[in-house]
Design a protein around this ligand. Structure first.
Ligand SMILES: O=C(O)CCC(=O)C(=O)O
Ligand SMILES: [Fe+2]
Length: 347
């Protein structure tokens, strides 16, 4: 795992950048901020820029990089929200969200989905009352099965970022890298073939949409486009295309998998056996990763799967609280699903 513990000097340098940037924007999702984030990120300490540059270009086998030690003032960030819908006008975590996006911008461009968390780019990962046993990031009592983020979608992110604001019960995220899984070359060959289906996960389904964020001047968040998004998702759910589970270089493959949302291959024993072996191999390699307040964790979504262990939510305003962003290395590939060149929302 690539890890940096911020020094006092680095924290102070970061804070002075944030102080200026925070005064210019009311939200970390503002179009103008997202347009400039990559340039602003070059004001961050060099050690951080080198970390992300190497993570992006050298693709270390751990597939995880963590920047830790950023001070989170527990009294300043307010209570853990009870739902992602209830966003205040100006977030008490604006500063942290800006930093999170600046870090992410060193890996690529942040994106969001019209079908997920009402088209927000910075997602809340919090336990929600009533979701305890769902297969959602907002569940708690239920094991969140390991997965690649948005595995069902051809434009899924290259990276996933998780920023920890609170984790009082030290609930583990789970992670495993494909690199450590042993497979026979015949199994690799089968897994490289389009013989598998992955349906959209629950977080994209219409039943979980809640109230959409509607901004009259922003076509991206209009009902119309969101409805188109749900139509596409419904189609991907009822008629999923066959895809390969491994891709890239067979010596060192990338992975696309979400076992909970994959169908049994009743007519294809060979593919089912190869998939079972891969799932078993990943299960055996799965490790706990306990994120602590002030940790910014970035996961290579092409190489590492992640999930979360079950836990008991408190619902007392002090629950586990992560924020999540999705980052693409190639914004242009999703242009057909984005209404304008600067839009980051995929419909
Ligand atoms: O809560 C976690 O640690 C992981 C949640 C997750 O998989 C996600 O939000 O994508
Ligand atoms: Fe996830």
């Amino acid at each position: 795992m690539e890890k940096i513990l911020l020094s006092t000097q680095e924290i102070s340098d970061i804070k002075s950048v944030l102080k200026r940037v925070k005064s210019q924007y009311n939200s970390a999702e503002e179009e103008d901020f997202l347009l400039n984030a990559h340039v602003i990120a070059h004001e961050l300490p060099q050690r951080i820029r080198i970390l992300f540059n190497n993570f992006r270009l050298l693709e270390p086998s751990s597939g995880i990089c963590i920047i830790s030690g950023y001070p989170i003032a527990d009294d300043k960030i307010g209570e853990t929200p009870s739902h992602w819908q209830s966003k205040p006008e100006i977030s008490p975590t604006l500063e942290e969200e800006i930093l999170f996006i600046l870090f992410g911008s060193l890996l690529g461009e942040v994106i969001g989905w019209s079908t997920q968390q009402a088209g927000h780019i910075v997602h809340e990962v919090i336990p929600i009352k009533g979701h305890e046993y769902e297969q959602l990031g907002s569940s708690s009592e239920q094991l969140l099965w390991w997965h690649n983020e948005d595995a069902f979608h051809p434009y899924r992110g290259d990276y996933l970022g998780m920023m920890c604001l609170r984790n009082p019960d030290r609930v583990p995220t789970t992670v495993a890298s494909i690199k450590t899984v042993q497979l026979e070359s015949e199994e690799v060959k089968v897994l490289f073939e389009p013989r598998f289906t992955i349906r959209p996960d629950e977080s994209h389904l219409e039943k979980n949409k809640s109230n959409l964020k509607i901004q009259p001047n922003d076509v991206d968040h209009s009902w119309n486009l969101a409805c188109q998004g749900y139509q596409r998702i419904n189609q991907m759910n009822s008629k999923p295309e066959k895809v390969s589970v491994l891709y890239g270089n067979p010596q060192c493959p990338y992975i696309r998998i979400d076992p909970y949302f994959m169908d049994d291959l009743i007519d294809d024993n060979e593919a089912q056996n190869a998939l079972d072996k891969l799932i078993k191999g990943i299960d055996a390699e799965l490790e706990d990763l306990i994120l602590e307040p002030g940790d910014f964790c970035f996961i290579d979504n092409y190489k590492v799967v992640h999930g979360r262990k079950p836990f008991k939510a408190r619902y007392d305003g002090k629950d586990r609280w992560l924020k999540r962003i999705i980052i693409t290395g190639d914004l242009r590939k999703s242009r057909s699903l984005r209404s304008t060149v600067t839009s980051r929302i995929l419909n």
